[in-house]
Every structure is written in C-alpha cells, then in structure tokens.
Design a binder for this molecule. Structure first.
Ligand code: GLP
Length: 244
C-alpha cells in the first residue's frame, strides 16, 4: 500500500494495531505485538499514544517483544533501544512493565545463547506474535538480520553490516562508536508472526523497497522473505515507492 504522506501511513498502521488490541480486549485475551525501533515507526507510536490518551485505547493486556538491541549495550545508555522504546512509547501508555520484552544488551558473552533461546521460548509461551511491525534497513535487513541471514534463523547474536553501522553513525557521534554486534530476533522468528506490516519512508529507501517487494526472494535481502508470508503488508510513502 502506498500512502501520500508518512503521517497517513502512521495513522493507518496505528489503526490496524488499535483494532487488533480492541478486538482482543473484548475477547478477554492478550495481544502479542512484535515491535521495531528506528525513525520509521515513530509516527505509529505517536498515534498509538494519542489513541491511548484521547480514545482510551487500553494496553493493559498487551504483551510486547522488541526485535533487537545492540550488544554490548547498557540498557540505560542513550544509545540503547531499551531507552528508545521507553522514551518514545512505553512511558506514555499503560503497557505493564512485566509485559515488555527487549533483548538484553548487557548480557555476558557466555550467557547470550541461553538468553536468546529463552527469548524465543517466551514468545512461544504466550502463543506467538499476533502482529509484527517492521522497518527496513538499507542493507535489506529486518530487525538486524543482515544479508546472509537464513530464512529459518532465530534470535541470536549477529555482526552488523558496514552499511548499517554507517547509517547508525550520526546517533552514536561517529561510526567508530557504533557497536559491531546486536542481538536480533531471526527471520524465522519474524515469519512465525500471524500478521506482518513492514514500513518504509523516504527516497533513500526506494531501492531496497523495490528489491524486497518486487525482486527475487533471496537471503541477500532479508526483507524479501516476507514475500513468502501469507499475511504480510508493505506500507510505504510515495518517496519510498519511487522505484516500484
Ligand atoms: C535499525 C533497526 C531496524 C530498522 C532500521 C531502519 O537498523 N535495527 O529494525 O528497521 O534501523 O531504521 P530507520 O527506520 O531509522 O530508517
């Protein structure tokens, strides 16, 4: 779906999330959301906060799993996705702290594998993701699944692509300060979601949107695997759609 502006896109995606939460709340069951970071979803978070404040959208039965976190990374660092999610979303709605899951950047190297297994297990335990929201990196990554990530990959420690580290440089006061690793949900963890919405904004994303949405399915562009999912939607603004 192509939207004229980023705010129309944000309103639409937030309405899908809100409708799902309301339906699940009425049925008395939890909504399980997979959430991304980055600049792209900010408008969606802003709109969800508005719906919470003005239309009493109730997040008390929402369980969230974030896609990724830099590693190593102190959760209290200004660079952490932990901080990003609290500042831009969690602190403004009534999600219960115990229902928030974000990969831990402060886990010791020897504990990373068991942490990742436990992360997968926590998603399964609540019945899997109802809806996964995604952005896309210029390397074609979803979460931090860089080129070469397998279709069935699960939550794990990964190396970051040079393109990704360059794109993150401004937020870290220089590329040298960008971590070389991250913990990310895998392509397989993402594809297991019942519904997926991937979003892209701006002309700098146009080439990768075309590769992901229209070109062959390949592990060189992790987002292209979404073409094989039966309930996935690509939501883009007109600039990001320029090469379609
Ligand atoms: C990071 C995140 C991705 C995100 C990407 C794009 O690499 N790990 O989940 O999709 O950035 O970010 P932006 O939305 O700021 O373009």
């Amino acid at each position: 779906v192509i939207f004229e502006t980023s705010s129309e896109l944000a309103k639409y995606v937030a309405s899908v999330v809100a409708d799902l939460i309301r339906k699940k709340n009425e049925a008395g069951v939890s909504t399980i959301l997979g959430l991304p970071t980055g600049s792209t979803p900010l408008g969606v978070y802003r709109e969800l906060i508005r719906l919470h404040n003005e239309e009493q959208l109730d997040f008390s039965n929402v369980i969230t799993f974030n896609l990724d976190e830099y590693w190593p990374m102190d959760p209290d660092s200004i660079h952490s996705y932990h901080k990003f999610m609290h500042e831009n979303f969690f602190d403004h709605v009534n999600v219960k702290p115990e229902n928030i899951h974000i990969p831990r950047g402060d886990i010791a190297a020897e504990d990373v594998d068991s942490f990742c297994e436990e992360y997968e297990h926590s998603i399964e335990k609540v019945g899997g993701l109802d809806l996964q929201l995604l952005g896309i990196g210029r390397s074609g990554h979803i979460g931090f699944n860089e080129p070469g990530s397998a279709r069935n990959s699960l939550t794990r420690l990964v190396n970051l692509d040079p393109v990704t580290r360059r794109d993150a440089a401004s937020g870290f006061f220089g590329e040298d300060n960008v971590p070389h690793h991250a913990i990310t949900m895998g392509v397989g963890s993402i594809l297991a979601a019942k519904k997926i919405i991937i979003m892209a904004l701006g002309e700098h994303k146009a080439p990768v949107v075309k590769r992901a949405a229209e070109d062959e399915v390949t592990d060189e562009v992790s987002a292209s695997f979404l073409q094989t999912h039966t309930n996935s939607l690509f939501a883009v603004d007109s600039a990001a759609a320029a090469e379609l």
